[in-house]
Design a protein. Structure first.
Ligand SMILES: C[S@@+](CC[C@H](N)C(=O)[O-])C[C@H]1O[C@@H](n2cnc3c(N)ncnc32)[C@H](O)[C@@H]1O
Length: 292
């Protein structure tokens, strides 16, 4: 970045072009989000302050951010923020960056009519976005959220503390249903909802992932064995034991897994219905299975 007096507009133009030369997807947007983050301004404010000079105290850290983005660090890890259903969540490299597709999983739960407060279990909560948004919208619900990663749980707790009453969500650590089994060994704990956005990428797809994902997001949040179904298979088999009468299992899946997941659920006699829900791109990404 040459030495001169830089205005906001010059910095954005220069950075967007530099990102483009380095094949960074969304170069202009990334430039705006990173500069806005550093100056404490929204993207709209940046446009209103286009002529404002930017001095060395901000230029030096901005250069650092540009370098990290060229190394393909995701923007959300650089700003430590990701918006999910209109709320800002803290994220860092301990957790998967929440994806817009997951909003539909939450919306499906919120739009399913229920007469009484629901007991809901989220497995693999990561940054805690699903459990936290549900707690914000349904303060009467009894919500438990788990993760195998203690690091992820620390982030989830931080987000829950920011957006909900500190104790509204009960966080437990462990492998899938293990922490539930540990607190209620005789299967007395049952849920109306079991929710999970599980890891579902095939190990063999590692090379095909974008470097932003492959080199920065936690492996434990992405990969599930050679066919990507290792966790989904266990969820389908084990969930009925923890579902109350008329309880529902709802999962996010990849856009190539719908047929296999439908077959797995049909083969499990505990379920009496299975619905595949399409995302905004018309791909079957949400599976909703119920027990009688
Ligand atoms: C795809 S991420 C989902 C994170 C978050 N719920 C979301 O939707 O953005 C999957 C999460 O499951 C957790 N996980 C992976 N295997 C697990 C297991 N066997 N038991 C519990 N959690 C697991 C990972 O640590 C990760 O946080």
């Amino acid at each position: 970045m040459p030495n001169k007096i830089w205005r906001v507009v010059d910095l954005l133009d220069w950075t967007a072009q530099y990102f483009e030369q380095h094949a960074i997807p969304n170069p202009r947007l990334d430039a705006e989000v990173l500069l806005g983050h550093l100056l404490g301004k929204s993207r709209l404010q940046l446009y209103l302050d286009f002529e404002m000079p930017v001095f060395q105290e901000h230029l030096t850290p901005f250069r650092e951010l540009i370098k990290k983005r060229i190394d393909r660090t995701p923007v959300s890890y650089l700003t430590n923020e990701k918006e999910f259903m209109s709320l800002a969540f803290y994220v860092d490299e301990r957790v998967l960056i929440p994806r817009p597709e997951t909003e539909q999983l939450v919306e499906t739960i919120l739009t399913t009519r229920t007469d009484s407060p629901q007991r809901l279990l989220e497995l693999g909560t990561g940054s805690g976005v699903i459990a936290t948004i549900l707690a914000v919208h349904q303060p009467e619900w009894d919500i438990t959220a788990t993760d195998l990663s203690e690091d992820a749980l620390a982030v989830a707790q931080k987000n829950a503390d920011t957006h909900t009453g500190a104790t509204q969500i009960k966080f437990l650590s462990g492998d899938l249903f293990e922490p539930i089994k540990a607190t209620a060994p005789n299967g007395e704990t049952q849920f109306d909802w079991i929710v999970c956005n599980p890891p579902y990428v095939k190990k063999t797809e590692w090379e095909t992932l974008s470097p932003d994902v492959r080199d920065y997001e936690p492996e434990i949040a992405l990969f599930a064995g050679d066919d990507g179904l290792a966790v989904i298979r266990r969820l389908i088999a084990e969930a009925p034991e923890y579902l109350a009468a008329s309880g529902k299992l709802i999962l996010e899946i990849s856009d190539t897994q719908a047929d296999t997941v439908r077959t797995l659920i049909s083969a499990e006699p505990a379920y009496d219905s299975c619905e595949l829900i399409k995302d905004y791109a018309e791909k079957e990404r949400i599976v909703l299975a119920s027990v009688p």
